[in-house]
Design a protein around this ligand. Structure first.
Ligand code: KG4
Ligand code: ZN
Length: 350
């Protein structure tokens, strides 16, 4: 007999095709991901049409891998969960239609999961490699700082399925800013890991880049002006044409100064929100949570609070976090109708 509380989860909202088996909302028995980084790298960003075509090729193999790795078949799971939004419509539709088909074929309930809710839930997953600073257990309520290629959001997480959004990006997301700055410095895609690495070698005070929106009391973010400031500086310095040997050091300084501005902006808004809403627990999640500078600075600036950061495998897009939050939706009786569609725009509501 299979252990109860197993969710089979599928994620395809952007450029990762992923599937996982998750037990009782916090323990993944498998977490399979087919990354498309190599497909999109030559374009410097995700090309939606290419992403959808690759989901078509990758989804079934990744689903079989998740079953194999877990030693559990879909037939033994209690429900099928899928990211229903937000995300790229062509990509979401492939995941949603695949999940519907599996749900009908196996006679299982279908759960439609919000991708942002899943990222915000990911620090609660009981997985090796997660980082925790500060005293006490990590539990609701907490402030969630979600920073990824598509999102920069500050959200109070009251329960797994109850949130209070405080602010979001008005233009570029934090990860998107990393990717665009890397592109203009000729550093390739994705930009986050390489800028993070080069920033360790550079001087964060070399260029006084703006800290966007800090004068405003709102919890919204805006990174497009910062990206423009970096571009103007790059043009003024004549990079990448500069060939006198000093451009590598200059690029390190640009990376360090850009990263310092992003981190300062993110953490200042986070600190303010924690004080304003009297919260002492904070989760940092999404692909940018992998950033070494952000992790170190969060530990320093948010000292005295309880900080939780998921392991790398749960920071970037994955299906384990989808299965985690879906367990709570299943318990609450939520079901996705078989005639419901994907929701490319699906903001979290309070
Ligand atoms: O969560 P994710 O896999 O995809 C979205 O849902 O968007 O995040 C991908 C983003 C990319 O923009 C990538 O550049 C960024 O996360 N990223 C990083 C780091 N590793 C990945 N950004 C900053 N520092 C990193 N170490
Ligand atoms: Zn994501």
């Amino acid at each position: 007999m299979s252990p109860p509380g197993l969710i089979f989860a599928i994620e395809s909202s952007c450029d990762e095709s992923a599937a996982a088996v998750v037990a009782r909302g916090d323990h993944s028995l498998s977490n399979a991901v087919a990354s498309q980084i190599a497909v999109h790298a030559p374009h410097g960003g995700v090309v939606p049409e290419l992403a959808a075509r690759h989901h078509l090729e990758n989804l079934m193999p990744v689903i079989q891998e998740a079953e194999r790795e877990a030693g559990v078949t879909i037939a033994e799971c209690d429900a099928i969960a899928v990211t229903a939004g937000p995300g790229l419509i062509g990509c979401l539709l492939l995941g949603v239609e695949t999940a519907k088909t599996l749900a009908v074929a196996h006679g299982k309930p279908l759960i439609g999961v919000n991708h942002l809710a899943a990222h915000l839930y990911s620090p609660l997953m009981n997985e090796p490699g997660r980082l925790g600073f500060g005293e006490g257990d990590f539990a609701h309520p907490y402030l969630g700082l979600l920073v990824s290629g598509g999102h920069s959001e500050l959200v109070i997480c009251h329960e797994p399925t109850r949130w209070e959004p405080l602010g979001q990006t008005l233009d570029d997301a934090a990860g998107e800013a990393y990717d665009k700055v890397a592109k203009l410095l000729g550093l390739g895609y994705p930009g986050g890991p390489v800028i993070d690495r080069r920033a360790q070698e550079g001087d964060p005070t070399a260029f006084p880049f703006p800290r966007p929106m800090l004068k405003k009391a709102s919890s919204d973010f805006s990174f497009s002006g910062l990206k423009t400031a970096v571009r103007l500086q790059v043009e003024a310095l004549g990079i990448p044409e500069k060939t006198n040997g000093s451009s590598e050091a200059l690029i390190n300084d640009l990376c360090a100064s850009f990263q310092a501005a992003v981190i300062d902006t993110l953490l200042t808004k986070t600190e303010r929100a924690m004080v304003r809403h009297r919260l002492s627990r904070v989760a940092i999640c999404g692909g940018v949570a992998a950033n070494r500078g952000l992790r170190a600075e969060a530990e320093r600036r948010l000292a005295g609070n309880r900080i939780q950061i998921p392991p790398m495998s749960l920071c970037t897009d994955n299906a384990a976090m989808i299965g985690g939050v879906a367990w709570h939706q299943l318990q609450a009786g939520e079901r996705m109708a078989l005639d419901a569609s994907a929701r490319p725009h699906w903001p979290l509501r309070g």
